[in-house]
Design a protein around this ligand. Structure first.
Ligand code: FAD
Ligand code: NAD
Length: 491
């Protein structure tokens, strides 16, 4: 039997750090391989960010078309002999096959781009499921024919991500599996659900709930906690809930799905829900159920114990601030080391490892970089978006006891650009340490909230205080010019 191939760098899982890291090792002259069991590009490209934001663009097109009359624009069918009435909706027809095909095409484009780059760089792409045999040996069950091969490596990087968590729901076995969905399968629907019930009011829940509502579904969100998006300050979560309710979604807080049974009258189901706050149980009919209750790490098939790699009680790999595992030859990147689970976190993990393990010869001795004190933004792609950077008010108050912490909150209806565009829903909120002048955090639930947040993020990166933003000359009428006036609301 021939001895296993030996690599300098072996990456398991084609997550968001994997492709750039493989390219970096290969272009530095290291023999490099990447193992992937499903598809190149991982969750973000195939079933996460890329497809969802593509679908959400269709949802936005539906929304704006419906709102056309607010801007004096009619569809031919709504125009016939009628006067323009603000708030009256244009009729729309949604072609789900086209919506889905547009999503599939963009995913294919992104995925094939990654595949091409890996091939061109000479990375060995091994399509199959990897699992550890010992501390530096990995067995691969090949996806095409189920055969096995074994490879060895000096350094191994784990970037296997996570997958939708599926909570136990009594009675679910009696329901047609085609109408019990997760964040992946919902994207392959070829019809708009009649009544989608979303279990979970986090990122996945709110994004899909609003999307499906815009495409024409009746939508109900069941959220176990006291608010949507539990990490947000309560006032921001309430503002988002108000927006979703204005769009016609039904939101039940402190509510859990108890059990499910097939409908007595045709397709669909009856879901019994329990309301924590009132101790009440109720049953609601639905056509489709979406689980959006968090993620489960893809660690159980990796045989991590064979390589001496420790996990925490939830199955996530324990990582040091330098992304080391308990095996000195093995490093970890992305969601599989635990939240926060974002593409930009995974990509930054790549940056740190490249810096620490592949220093450029010109830079001399390198100070190791770490994950400590990373300034991490995120954007929830509801419409309007919710962009956030730094600390929330409740976190700032806890982090700086004895300091004068203030918050400035301004409705988007005070922003000229938002008024001109008739997109005034939402609010922006900054958290400031008045003792130092530093901006500690910023949230924009508003039109292009992610882009406005990024402007403040830039200020925070550069250590630019709130007064400098107040006194800057911003172009009129940009959304960012609101950073002149926001600070007048500090209290
Ligand atoms: C619906 C949805 C929307 C999202 N939207 C956003 C967004 O807008 N912005 C954002 O920043 N983040 C978003 N995320 C989160 C983002 O997708 C992840 O944080 C990101 O993909 C980082 O993942 P990763 O690098 O850890 O690996 P992943 O992208 O999860 O990739 C891991 C890969 O490893 C493979 N794998 C697993 N086990 C093995 C094994 N044993 N052998 C070989 N291969 C294996 C998997 O098949 C997969 O391809 C979204 C997530 C979801 C579910
Ligand atoms: N725009 C983005 O950046 C984006 C979009 C989608 C997903 N993501 C990433 O993917 C991760 C996973 O998203 P997610 O929404 O699945 O998880 P999440 O952890 O963000 O939210 C899950 C929500 O479900 C609730 N919940 C849990 N069990 C429940 C139950 N039995 N009944 C009712 N509610 C229940 C929780 O209280 C929580 O609010 C996110 O945390 C995020 O990191 C990011």
């Amino acid at each position: 039997m021939s001895s296993p191939a030996t690599y300098s760098a072996l990456i398991i899982g084609s997550g968001q750090a994997a492709t750039p890291l493989a390219l970096a090792f290969a272009s530095a002259g290291h023999k490099t391989a990447l193992i992937e069991r499903s598809h190149i590009g991982g969750c973000c490209v195939n079933e996460g960010c890329t497809p969802t934001k593509t679908l959400i663009a269709s949802g936005r097109a539906a929304y704006i078309t419906q709102r056309g009359q607010d801007y004096g624009i009619h569809t031919q069918s709504s125009k016939d002999g009628k006067v323009e009435v603000k708030g009256k909706k244009n009729e729309i027809y949604v072609d789900m096959l086209k919506v889905r095909q547009r999503k599939r095409d963009i995913v294919d484009q992104f995925r094939s781009g990654s595949e091409r780059r890996l091939k061109a760089a000479g990375v060995d792409v091994l399509m199959g499921e990897g699992s550890f045999v010992d501390s530096n040996t990995v067995k691969i069950k090949m996806s095409d024919d189920g055969s096995e091969m074994t490879v060895k490596a000096e350094k191994i990087f784990i970037n296997v991500g996570d997958r939708p968590a599926l909570p136990a729901l009594k009675g679910v076995q009696s329901i047609d599996p085609k109408i019990v969905l997760d964040s992946t399968s919902i994207q392959e629907l070829d019809v708009v659900p009649e009544h989608l019930i979303v279990v979970g009011g986090g990122y996945v829940g709110v994004e899909f709930a609003q999307l499906m509502r815009r495409l024409g579904a009746k939508v109900t969100i069941l959220q176990r906690g006291k608010q949507l998006l539990p990490r947000e300050d309560p006032d921001i979560a309430v503002a988002l809930k108000d927006i979703l309710e204005e769009d016609g979604l039904v939101v039940h807080l402190q509510t859990e799905a108890l059990d499910i049974r097939p409908s007595d009258s045709g397709p669909g189901f009856m879901l019994r829900i329990g309301r924590g706050d009132m101790g009440l149980a109720d049953a609601i009919p639905g056509s489709h159920l979406l689980y959006a209750v968090g993620r489960t790490p893809n660690t159980e098939s990796l045989n991590l114990s064979k390589a001496g790699i420790a996990t925490n009680p939830r199955g996530y790999i324990v990582a040091s601030e330098f992304l080391e595992t308990s095996n000195p030859n093995v490093f970890v990147m992305g969601d599989v080391k635990g939240p926060p689970a974002f593409t930009h976190v995974s990509y930054d993990d790549f940056r740190i490892l490249k810096h620490n393990l592949l220093p450029s010869s010109a830079s001399g001795p390198v100070a190791k970089q770490s994950t400590r004190n990373r300034l991490l933004p995120y954007v929830v792609y509801t419409d309007p978006q919710l962009g956030h950077i730094g600390l929330h008010l409740h976190e700032a108050l806890a982090a700086f006891p004895g300091h004068k912490i203030k918050a400035a909150k301004m409705p988007m209806s005070y922003v000229a650009r938002a008024l001109e565009t008739d997109e005034t829903r939402g609010v922006m909120k900054a958290v400031v340490n008045m003792d130092t002048g530093k901006i500690l955090g910023f949230t924009c639930l508003g039109m292009e909230g992610g882009e406005v947040m990024s402007v403040v993020q830039m200020a925070m990166i550069g250590n630019v205080g709130w007064e400098a933003l107040r006194d800057a000359v911003w172009a009129h009428p940009t959304l960012s010019e609101s950073l002149n006036n926001l600070w007048g609301f500090l209290e």
